[in-house]
Design a protein around this ligand. Structure first.
Ligand code: SF4
Length: 238
């Protein structure tokens, strides 16, 4: 376990050293809480960005406020107001979870990356959480934007061990049987697999909201890369 922590901290220290404009994204689930804590060890004032939606559990919102106060987080939250499907009657997630995630999660993530002019972002993604995450790398580059996954090789048990060893109170929803937390209508508790409760019973079961699979860079603003493949600061774009 110690080796994993040291490795994750080294990845983060290198990333913070290399990229001036870097932020840690957090959903205030168990994995991103660990990632935030690791980032805080490298830079106590690290920029945290959280994407909330009108469908997030109230408990998650309360936990976000609790941890922000307790840790004195430098937090920016993106929280789009409720919208309905174009038919005006149904919730967007009932008609199209894909469209819903895109509207409430992917687009605000893009907005955060653009507003903070980020060169790199840190995520709490873990390879063993679900089938969509098995073959990813600790450092990914997509359209010039770098993503660091410092706990990619951690297991679910490692995450809980870290909470215990560091006396971190978890999001209370885990005590109600949830193993992976998203929005309330799209998360189920007591599932056999860790990510099996996400969009359970739909074609999206156990899959992704899109922030780890779609481009987060506005195509009009694709950065020009330098000879090392690093985004150039070009006309204020990056
Ligand atoms: S997880 Fe569900 S409610 Fe949340 S944005 Fe995606 S589809 Fe909508």
């Amino acid at each position: 376990m110690n080796k994993k922590i040291i490795h994750s901290l080294k990845l983060l220290a290198d990333a913070f050293d290399r990229y001036g404009d870097i932020a840690c994204f957090s959903s205030f689930g168990k994995d991103s809480v660990v990632t935030m804590d690791l980032c805080r060890r490298i830079n106590p004032n690290v920029q945290i960005i959280s994407i909330m939606t009108p469908y997030k559990f109230t408990v998650t919102r309360q936990y976000k406020d609790y941890l922000t106060r307790k840790w004195g987080l430098n937090l920016k939250t993106y929280d789009r107001p409720l919208t309905t499907h174009s038919n005006g009657k149904k919730n967007l997630y009932e008609v199209s979870p894909e469209e819903c995630c895109n509207y409430y999660k992917v687009e605000p993530t893009r907005q955060g990356i653009k507003e903070f002019k980020l060169e790199a972002w840190v995520s709490g993604l873990r390879g063993t959480e679900g089938h969509t995450r098995k073959f990813l790398d600790e450092i990914e580059v997509r359209d010039g934007l770098v993503k660091i996954n410092p706990i990619l090789r951690w297991t679910e048990a490692d995450v809980w061990l870290y909470h215990c060893a560091n006396n971190i109170a978890p999001n209370p929803l885990y005590m109600q049987g949830y193993r992976s937390l998203g929005c309330e209508p799209c998360s189920k508790a007591y599932t056999e697999t860790e990510r099996g409760g996400r969009w359970a019973g739909t074609s999206k079961e156990g899959a992704e909201c899109g922030i780890h699979t779609k481009s987060l860079v506005d195509q009009k603003e694709m950065p020009v890369l330098d000879v090392h493949g690093k985004p150039k600061r070009d006309g204020g774009k990056f």
